[in-house]
Design a binder for this molecule. Sequence first.
Ligand code: SF4
Length: 965
Amino acid sequence: MDLIDRLYHKINETPWSPKVLLAQSYAQGHQLLEQICKRYGAIFNIEVQTPWGVVTANAKSELFRRKVTLLDEDQVVWVVRQLMKQLAEKNPEGYITESLLKPGIVKQVSCAITDMRLAGIDSDEVWVEHFTSQRKGEYLKRLLAAYEVYLLEHARTDFAGLAPYLKPGTGDKLYLTIAPSGWTQVEQIMIHKLSAGQLCILDAEDPFYINQDFSNNGFKMFRAAGSLAEVKEGFRRILSEQAPLDRMEIILSDYEQYAPIIHSHAEGLGIACTFSNGLPLVYCAAGKAAAGIVDWIAEGFPVHRLTDMLRHGYISFPEERWSRADWVRLLEKSAIGWSRERYLAVLRPERLSEQDREQGAVLYSHMKNWFDRLPEGNEWDPVFLLGWVSDFVQRYVPARSVDDADVGTMLTEMTRRYSLSPSEPMPMDIAVQYVKEMLTGITIRSAAVPKQGVIHISSLQNGGWSGRDVTWIVGMDERTWSISALQDPLLLDQEREKLSTHLESAKERVSKIRSERESRLSNIRGNIWLSYSSYDVGEQKSTSPAFEMLQVLRLQLGDMSIDFGTLEHSLGEPYSVMDIMHSVESSVPLDEVDAWSGLLQGANYNCKDGWNAVLQTYPALAAGYQAQTSRQYERLSAYDGWLEIVPSSDFSDPDDPPHRDAISVSQLEKYASCGLQYYFHYVLKLRPKDNVEFDQIRWLQASERGTLLHDVFRRYLEVVTDHGAKRPIHSRERLVEIMESVIRENALSVPAPSAHVFAKECEEIRCDVEIFYIHETGRTGQPSFFELELTNLDGEPMEIHLPGGVRFKLKGFVDRVDRIGPHEYRITDYKTGSTGKYKDSEYFCGGTQLQHAIYSIAVEQWLRETGKDPEAKVTEAEYYFPTERGRGENVIRLQNRREELTAIIAKLLDSRNRGVYIPTKEPKVCQWCDYQAVCGSHSEWMVEKRGSAVNVDILNSLLEVESIG
Ligand code: SF4
């Protein structure tokens, strides 16, 4: 007789008297009764209960009468935390100080208190000498005493304190349970009180490896290279055997690892499943939104978290006038980046363009509402934060599925439950940890008992009770099946032993878990599949099967002497993600990977050549392949950026489209540096996403800092020269005043990540400005124009006339123009980087440094055309490095090579207009290029093509420019 038979006969001994089946869980109890019904028909007069359920139900009326509230497990943790805080405040040097009140430590202490109470230990029975550390002993004794007082004073009780509220049983009900019960000392006392001697404990089944009934099952074993391959192989077998799905249970040895894999495959195949432990809340939009918004807070409010959630549809704003894409666009282009200050500063209506103002105002009001209700500093309360998250989900998550609605309801319920517990303010990171911990308690699609028509997924801790015909135990590797024998880090085994015989040691716990598991699995009947993953993809190492797998094989073969070698041999080769082990006839393809592997499978495990078939089926892959091979041919092609445009005969014709649009110096220089980069940027207009990332150690990006310094220099020189009307009268105080004012303005629009980072960068800026001041006081000449925009009298881009009749339209700004003699000028370009790129021998630097020469001509032309100085001559151009990094140096370029400049520009324009957009000749430039991911090693492949005679006609003009120093 197996357990089901024995249980049935026990129930039927007294069919008319009421009975209670005390199970470890309601799910276990209901599955047991279902198995009995299936085997014997209907039974009655029996109800399923758990120790918690039966005890709390009995005590309920007395608790109500005495106005005492029962705390659940989570509420106990909060009470313990509060008491720990009080102890830490009273004794700052105590065993656990306030700074140690982290969620993990509090949980550990709370478990120790609960263990002691469930073992029936009072605080006056705790002797300090029983502990390895006197401080620990004193602390736990004091905490337990404070906990007892708290319960008494606040009219609360926990489960361990329910005994005084129980009405003793009358002996009219028979209580049944299965060994090992796993009850604690206090549970045993309470259940004996309730049962009044009417308690029957049925023996557990023998362990599966010596169980005769279990040995009559049918067994199949396999292994696979990785957990994904293991699940895929299992599903192939499920489909090929065409077993009814509701006659199958899958027991996951490592539920957390395997449940998502099983879920995604089952969903992909349209196979319905019930999950005994549910799925984490992040498997639905509302759960992703709840977890995402907590991460958003924890990480300092980075805007990309919001845009990601909007883009995936996890959240949306209620106003229907704008789509989710509109919100994403607004958030991204406003360059908020992160921090609550930046959201509120950047979204101010006056900062937004006319077209964005209305939507921006709505977004601002949402953000303000969020931030107004979020605490600051050390005032974060986890329960309040949980309420905030719950409210956020209700308002901003479009509930599209039952799961979304469930998550919303569970969050509301959880907030209500926790709000009964004491909580207090704490730093944000700790409050967030608590909320994350609370969220892990929410699962979706939990179905403790199997449902008709679907596969039931259970775990190694609760599986094996369904009585289904096929049971597949997944993930039977040695690591997963071993049970950790680590002792409790707080209440050590030797301390437990001295405190009470009812406190379980680690060894006892391991033995209890093992024997419960072995007898539970003995109840499985029918066909049993056992599998494990022989390779851990994450760790990149082989794994061994669990000893229990070997025991099953021994049982199956009736030979207890066989070893792991025999097991490995019987398992054969591991299955892989691609189905290459089954013959084409017997294979059931799960997905396109399996379908392809079937098509490509040749005789004797040889692979057929499927190259052409793949290219024909996937045109995008074929195009990519053609691009890659073409790039490696000697002759230039479109895939190298050679577009074969027929140019206009007169490249200076302003009516010809390529010449009609104004070109900037930086465009020309970029073209000379890398034609392909120019093509991506200016022709295709491909831009990297302008997402401002949160950087905890930077206030200003390099470009922002450069703009700030330019602003300081300009404002200062405008003041001390009366807008260029007179020679400068220098004043350090004035410069510092302007600099501090510019820093303040920047701090408003770009909040710093911390006061420390802000102070550090301000100090660096002050050093740069001091360098500027020192060098400025020693300079001759009169600064006359600042941030000069190069336009004609109508405000349009200027048309520049070069010797030889070459004309082109130019747009741009010149940082500064100084008068250095009668009708003689110098233009200056501030540089805030290093001087490395600007060598004396590299006047044009292969066409990549044209600015000084072109701007000199442009400024000269501007001064004359506007009548500011009809005889103006720009004789010098200067790259000026007025910062600590540039040591105040300047690189002067005398303006005496205009014919050469004309030739360079003509050649660059000619090359561009003929459609030459090839990669750079300097592969190291690619390291900092935004298009690196597209190009790969393209610039290196170009080295030979550049020198090849077949390309000489195409590249002639460009190569000539590149050779000019
Ligand atoms: S990665 Fe290199 S070759 Fe490609 S566009 Fe950038 S600089 Fe040019």
